[in-house]
Design a protein around this ligand. Sequence first.
Ligand SMILES: Cc1cc2nc3c(=O)[nH]c(=O)nc-3n(C[C@H](O)[C@H](O)[C@H](O)COP(=O)(O)O)c2cc1C
Length: 422
Amino acid sequence: MQNKSLLLNVLLAVVIVVLVYQLSTADERSAPLETPEVATNIVETEKVKTVMRSVGAKGHIYPKPALVIGSYSAQGDPNIMTAAWAGIVNSHPMSIGVSIRPSRKSYENIMATKAFTVNVPSAQFVAHMDYAGNISGYDEDKFAKLGLTAVKGDFVNAPYVGEFPVAIECEVTDVIDLGSHMQFIGKVLDTKVDEQYLSADNKVDVMRMNPVIFADDYYYGFGQRIGQPWDIGKLFKAGEQAKYNPLVYNNPTLASIHNRKSVRHYTNQKVSAEVLTTLVKAGMAAPTAADKRPWAFVVIEERNVLDSLSTLSPYTKMLEQATAAIVVCGDMDKALDGVARDYWIQDCSAATQNILLAAESMGLGAVWTGVYPIEKRVVEVRNVIEAPESIIPLNVIVLGYPTGEDKPKNKWDESKLHWEKW
Ligand SMILES: Cc1cc2nc3c(=O)[nH]c(=O)nc-3n(C[C@H](O)[C@H](O)[C@H](O)COP(=O)(O)O)c2cc1C
């Protein structure tokens, strides 16, 4: 009898422990579907049909941020944890709200210091960010384990992650008990951004920074640009909403095509050899007549060579600012014979356009500067790159990271489109 009641007590204790554990981990992971009261609502218009199914009281907001919160313990030990339940909550003063369960080490720290940092991880730190969200600072020194640097904030008593591209220092102004989580409202005292992602006027190149996005079962990298804020919506004002073509804006290839522009203003950031090779690979993916591939690419990184190319024509001045260039050349030993010889121009042009689009898609700025058929320029560029006579430079693609001054043009002109006949 005594054994039976002991067994029952043990069973009860196990059930309670399991229930408590499930409750405490339920919301940051996806909880099982609850039976909704309203099953489906169908909205059908000429353009769209939605069948809206209730899935219960869920926080299906997409995308969710994946932020890393830095804090010191009362003893000064640095800690980080990942938080998705976070966002901007006010403009003046700029404030960020972060919801943290009281069971976290970070909660204890922030309650003690009334300060935290918000760190934005770029895609290269996705594993670090995930780890910081799975292990507690009660059990491990996560900075040490992840090989990250805890830098003491300049304005608050909290560490930021030295390797991440954005660090925001916050002073706690409010703590709100929301139920499972306590929300810390942090007044932003300073924001630091890795210079390599900043333009001269402190605009952030988010595309290149590539912050991690969290959405349920996966982390994602940054997507393509689909419109300009406080601008794209004006189409409705002008009654021109039909111009917004979702086929274009939801397709990364089309987005690169339409966002491509001739970029003539660059920051002083270098383009890495890896990126330059990636661009040439994109060039060599172009189609060529009879698959002859009559091309050669000369990548230029050296300052003195870029400078000597810049003096060759008034149209190549931007090379003074650029950090790299690719000379796209036709190789006459590989070109077709006779009347088909000039196909090399089309082949190398297709490769050039591939490079320009690849550059746009990678957040680089590029401009096509013509060489062939102006004989004088052909000879001069050939001399600079020290190529033999059989090599004809078609153009110089000037490259660098854009300052953001150059904008794409809308060149669509319906009068130039003919269907079936002229
Ligand atoms: C993607 C992701 C998002 C998370 N979001 C939150 C959150 O918003 N609030 C929270 O309390 N815990 C969140 N967590 C869980 C904590 O980061 C995790 O429990 C961490 O180990 C706590 O560390 P600490 O005890 O050192 O503070 C998240 C975890 C991941 C992986």
